[in-house]
Design a protein around this ligand. Structure first.
Ligand SMILES: [Zn+2]
Length: 227
């Protein structure tokens, strides 16, 4: 998928695979399909000179479905898609911040949800405790250290040999093609992930801790936002 190889690509062109009511499906897209707690992309698609608003993007058995705000009469043609970049870039900054929280808290992740206004991540701390107020200092230091984000691909077998790389208990990395993407944030975080990330932690700018809540033994929830 394009978004796995280049999260900064804002436009794409591809033929229609199928139109299903309000969904325009293409085999590939630079639009991110909702997954792993990250919302799908919004934007505009143009087909045969007509523009349609994309209000969400989801996975489809034939590729990526761009969900429009109205049903389409069109059945074939070339799709020119443009991402709502402000929406996507803020989600990329939020998503990358989730990795920084994983670097700060060396515990299993039991849940998470990324939003435009605020995001949350749950950890299983077991018997451990954590001084959550220190997160503002820790995460903003990570951001200022300007860690570059890079990618590596490994096989299922290679991942099985390094089970410590998997931080999430609820979302397992997709294993459909025997190729798993590892996301590396400088020297501080390395884990399989199919989401979209900024190229450097500096792009996150400023982390703001909102609150901590205990949602049960295995779910210690951190809410945060960005400036
Ligand atoms: Zn990620």
């Amino acid at each position: 998928m394009i978004f796995l190889n280049d999260s900064y690509m804002k436009e794409f062109q591809a033929p229609i695979k199928i139109v299903d009511g309000d969904k325009v499906v293409t085999a590939d897209s630079c639009f991110y399909a909702q997954s792993g707690g990250q919302p799908g992309d919004k934007g505009i698609i143009e087909i045969n000179g007509k523009k349609f608003n994309v209000i969400n993007t989801i996975k489809h058995e034939l590729g990526i479905a761009h969900v429009c705000d109205q049903p389409l009469e069109i059945t074939s043609g070339e799709v020119l898609g443009t991402i709502d970049w402000n929406h996507r870039f803020r989600l990329m900054r939020m998503h990358t911040t989730m990795h920084l929280l994983c670097a700060a808290l060396p515990f299993f992740v039991t849940g998470g949800s990324i939003g435009l206004e605020k995001s949350r991540i749950d950890f299983d701390l077991g018997e451990e405790t954590f001084e959550y107020k220190t997160l503002n200092t820790i995460i903003n230091e990570f951001i200022q250290q300007a860690h570059p984000i890079s990618y590596q691909w490994i096989t299922n077998e290679e991942l099985d040999q390094q089970p410590e790389l998997v931080r999430t208990l609820s979302v397992k990395p997709p294993r459909t093609s025997n190729k798993i993407r590892l996301v590396k944030i400088g020297t501080i975080d390395l884990q399989p992930c199919g989401g979209t990330h900024v190229a450097n932690t500096k792009e996150i700018e400023e982390f703001k801790f909102i609150k901590y809540e205990s949602k049960g033994k295995m779910n210690k929830r951190i809410q945060f936002t960005l400036s």
